[in-house]
Design a protein around this ligand. Structure first.
Ligand code: 9L3
Ligand code: MG
Length: 130
């Protein structure tokens, strides 16, 4: 069983979202950025590494948010809260990043602009932003 860890990075009351470029089913949709936990890594360590690689930011990983989401039989997705320690996100893999408040997040979810797996956390995330 492998895990994918996604980060709810909150800074100044806004949540960081990143727009995926692959695979085709979710290209163009917004996600909490992250990636696979490598063998021997903690979830938090994996998140901190992924966000440095994908966005050039330093974050401190925190508590799990919401429920785990099964992606496939052998892969599950968990979200961790994270605080921005240093840097300004510049995507290397995503096509864009944005910072949203609770209203903007809910509007994007209603418009189907979030990746389906992450939309499960809408109320948890909005709760952190209000
Ligand atoms: N995934 C879903 N929601 C997310 C993240 C970071 C990832 N917030 C899914 C997309 C891929 C798989 O997890 O199917 C692996 O993610 P990545 O390594 O392509 O970012
Ligand atoms: Mg990724």
């Amino acid at each position: 069983m492998r895990e994918v860890v996604a980060g709810a990075v909150i800074s100044a009351g806004r949540l960081l979202l990143a727009r995926r470029t692959y695979p085709p089913e979710v290209a163009g949709l917004w996600e909490l950025p992250g990636g696979k936990v490598e063998p021997g890594e903690t979830r938090g360590g994996a998140l901190e590494r992924e966000l440095a690689e994908e966005l050039g930011i330093e974050v401190a990983a925190g508590e799990q948010i919401g429920v785990g989401v099964p992606l496939r039989e052998d892969l599950s997705l968990v979200a961790l809260a994270a605080t921005l320690v240093a840097g300004d996100p510049r995507p290397t893999e995503h096509s864009a990043v944005c910072w949203v408040d609770a209203d903007a997040l809910r509007q994007m979810a209603a418009a189907g602009e979030l990746v389906p797996a992450d939309a499960v956390w809408l109320d948890d995330l909005a709760g952190l932003l209000t």
